[in-house]
Design a protein around this ligand. Structure first.
Ligand SMILES: Cc1cc2nc3c(=O)[nH]c(=O)nc-3n(C[C@H](O)[C@H](O)[C@H](O)COP(=O)(O)O)c2cc1C
Length: 197
């Protein structure tokens, strides 16, 4: 099983990517292969001139096409998701998400824009024919502390709880859709996943 983590933040120091690091660790510990694709790793011309034939864009299309699941992370920009992520999603084939499960992860400065996930991001995922879009996680900046020195990134307990629940849901959906029982379920969370199947 393979999950693509898509980071839609143009920032070098991205809170959303810290959430994706957490998700990577969660999934890899359960035997799921993960790869990270960041919007800021693309050349601006590839995105702005919609270079469908560039090697990087073809690699993106192939990686997303082959994935079983996606976690799409984005900051809230002007009450919506980032324009850079939109440009990247525009480069994907129309039905690319038709057999996939997608977990949106959004971070914003204020909870006032919590609904950006539902009103802005989910319709675009639907346009790409995402078969299953999970509820998603919204984090406010105050819940995320950047790593400092030896100190790793820290998240508010309430955020960790919601992340774990959403990742459990993603894992359950991946297992259900593949019919596979190869995924390692740590004892403490196995009950929740079984209940969700
Ligand atoms: C250009 C810009 C626009 C933003 N607009 C909003 C906004 O409308 N609502 C909000 O809650 N936060 C807004 N923010 C704050 C970011 O969404 C927030 O800091 C987010 O966690 C950044 O994620 P990142 O570190 O992964 O890039 C904005 C930040 C920037 C730089």
């Amino acid at each position: 099983m393979h999950v693509v983590l898509l980071s839609g933040s143009p920032s070098q120091r991205s809170r959303g990517e810290l959430l994706l690091d957490y998700a990577r660790d969660y999934l890899e510990r359960r035997g799921i292969a993960v790869s990270l694709i960041r919007v800021r790793d693309f050349a601006a011309e590839e995105l702005l001139h919609a270079r469908f034939d560039s090697a990087a864009v073809r690699d993106l299309q192939a990686a997303v096409g082959l994935a079983d699941g996606l976690i799409v992370a984005t900051p809230v920009y002007k009450a919506s998701f980032s324009g850079a992520l939109k440009v990247l999603l525009d480069l994907l084939p129309e039905r690319v998400l038709s057999d996939k499960v997608v977990l949106p992860v959004v971070s914003g400065g204020s909870p006032a824009h919590l609904l950006a996930v539902d009103y802005a991001l989910k319709p675009v995922l639907s346009a790409l024919k995402a078969q299953e879009v999970l509820t998603g996680v919204f984090a406010v900046d105050a819940q995320i502390a950047y790593p400092e020195g030896e100190q790793p990134a820290r998240f508010a307990d309430e955020l960790v709880e919601r992340l774990d629940e959403s990742l459990d849901d993603l894992l359950a959906a991946l297992i259900r859709r593949s019919g596979s029982l190869e995924v390692r379920l740590p004892h403490d969370r196995s009950e929740h996943v079984r209940r969700s199947l």
